[in-house]
Design a protein. Structure first.
Length: 86
């Protein structure tokens, strides 16, 4: 495993970020305490959470019909972002 940068993670969709968060969280208990792999996993968890928080902050509370380029998120995607950053 390698450290994933915020820049790399910001290219992923919210669903991909949430999936990555779950996979890393599930792998963490199987990594030896103090190992380099565990430290990398913890850094990646922090970076994924940060990327999800940035995505969450960018989500408009309501869509504005006068802004055609505004991104609209599905309720499933919004729910995953909220669950992953809680």
């Amino acid at each position: 495993m390698r450290v994933l940068t915020i820049a790399e993670l910001m290219r992923l969709t919210c669903i991909e970020l949430a999936d990555l968060l779950i996979r890393i969280t599930n792998a963490l208990p199987h990594l030896a305490a103090g190992s380099a792999e565990r430290q990398i996993a913890q850094i990646n968890l922090r970076n994924v959470r940060s990327a999800l928080a940035r995505e969450r902050a960018a989500i408009p509370l309501e869509t504005d019909p006068t802004m055609p380029n505004q991104e609209v998120r599905s309720s499933q995607e919004l729910s995953m972002i909220q669950d992953a950053t809680a």
